[in-house]
Design a protein around this ligand. Structure first.
Ligand code: FE2
Ligand code: FE2
Ligand code: FE2
Ligand code: FE2
Length: 411
């Protein structure tokens, strides 16, 4: 499957920035600025184009495990959005590095995310000093801390002077001298002053080589799984939802005899279908009380956000529709576009059925998943009312009845 890795990176960075903003209150476009600063520093070091692309990807994804880490800590009774000790902080680095093992980088990026909170004097989560920390990690660490502390979405002369003073006072403490010098050399005042909200992205786009590449099934699945993990951990209610749909979509594709490429696309679409949820506030996603009309509409917008994120990635034209039309119904009662039967093809209809089937059958913290047969009753009822494709509903029964046969149907 051929796609633009640049587009994908920019869209992932947008989605991840929304998460960081929502969960930690970081200023918007934080990841884009971190990536932009990192790339400027890498370029000044003479990085090759592919190395720059890898560095940008690591910078965008440096906190990819944030949702997983926060949810896991909550489960243990700790709120790391308020306070995090060193050991706990290190766990998002470990999880993030593990996740990225599945991503198809151009070269070796090991340690880039694992050590992005290490301090030059060895006081970081893993006690690594400058000599033991890869350059990528040092660069990302400095860029991350600078933006987190100084919010470079807006910069004044006074702020700039304070920033330089901060860097000097943290030399050989948080940051190595080499890295501080590199920052000052590669990010002159003029460039930093142009870091308005969207501009970091524009600078990043100009600096990075364009890479449109053919990715094999394993690579696409790797990208899908990393994103599905981030999306599913956004809410404590949906930890396996996206991955579950990806796997089921793949099975259905095999059942229908789709080409290998289309099966991979189905997997991708399943994994990314709810990527727009990253834009929706977690408080609303997890609200225990009844949602107001406005809140309900806000949640419904996630399907539009999925569409808007995916449509910007060259190579994902079909996947965009398969993924983000998963709430469209044949009778036009769905959202966000109110598509009708004539406008919805088989993969789009399938994704809608699978989303419902998955949601009904998966366990949630507050309820056990429904049995296959009980879920089928609901799907068949919806098909009878003209909302779902009756044939696809029966195909889902055929394919998954065996899978679920071992599970207790008495539940
Ligand atoms: Fe981090
Ligand atoms: Fe960050
Ligand atoms: Fe959805
Ligand atoms: Fe969903």
């Amino acid at each position: 499957m051929k796609l633009s890795i640049n587009d994908l990176l920019y869209q992932f960075s947008y989605a991840l920035d929304c998460v960081e903003h929502d969960l930690l209150g970081t200023t918007t476009h934080h990841g884009q600025r971190v990536a932009c600063m990192s790339v400027e520093m890498g370029a000044a070091l003479g990085y090759e184009k592919q190395e720059l692309l890898d560095l940008a990807a690591c910078a965008v994804l440096h906190d990819n495990a944030l949702t997983e880490y926060i949810q896991e800590e909550w489960r243990r009774g700790f709120d790391v959005t308020e306070n995090a000790d060193l050991i706990s902080l290190g766990s998002h680095c470990t999880l993030g590095e593990r996740n990225l093992k599945q991503m198809p980088f151009c070269g070796d990026v090991s340690g880039s995310v694992l050590y992005h909170h290490e301090n030059a004097d060895g006081t970081g989560p893993f006690g690594k000093t400058t000599d033991e920390t890869p350059m990528n990690a040092q660069i990302i660490h400095l860029a991350d801390q600078v933006d987190a502390k100084w919010d470079l979405s807006y910069i004044s002369e006074e702020k700039y002077q304070k920033l330089i003073h901060f860097l000097e006072s943290e030399t050989d403490r948080q940051f190595s001298k080499e890295c501080v010098d590199l920052f000052i050399k590669s990010l002159p005042k003029k460039l930093l002053f142009s870091f308005g909200r969207e501009k970091a992205l524009v600078i990043l786009q100009e600096k990075l080589p364009l890479v449109e590449k053919e990715y094999n099934d394993t690579e696409i699945k790797g990208i899908s799984d990393v994103m599905a993990n981030i999306i599913d951990y956004k809410s404590k209610f949906t930890r396996k939802h996206s991955l579950g749909i990806a796997q089921k979509a793949e099975k259905m594709g095999e059942f229908y005899g789709y080409s290998k490429e289309d099966i991979t696309k189905l997997y991708f679409a399943g994994a990314l279908h709810d990527v727009g949820k990253l834009v929706v506030d977690r408080d609303i996603l997890e609200k225990a009380d009844k949602l107001t009309d406005d809140e309900y509409r806000h949640i419904q917008n996630h399907a539009y956000y999925s569409y808007d994120i995916l449509r910007r990635v060259k190579g994902l034209e079909e996947v965009t529709k398969w993924a983000s039309w998963h709430h469209e119904k044949l009778d036009g009662s769905g959202y966000p576009f109110g598509k009708t039967a004539e406008e919805l093809n088989e993969p789009e209809r399938l994704m809608c059925c699978l989303d419902i089937y998955q949601a009904l059958t998966e366990d949630r913290p507050y309820k056990a998943g429904m049995t296959h047969l009980k879920s089928m009753e609901i799907l068949r009822d919806m098909a009878q009312k003209g909302m779902l494709d009756a044939k696809i509903v029966e195909d889902i029964h055929t394919v998954f009845q065996e899978d679920r046969a071992n599970e207790s149907e008495i539940r």
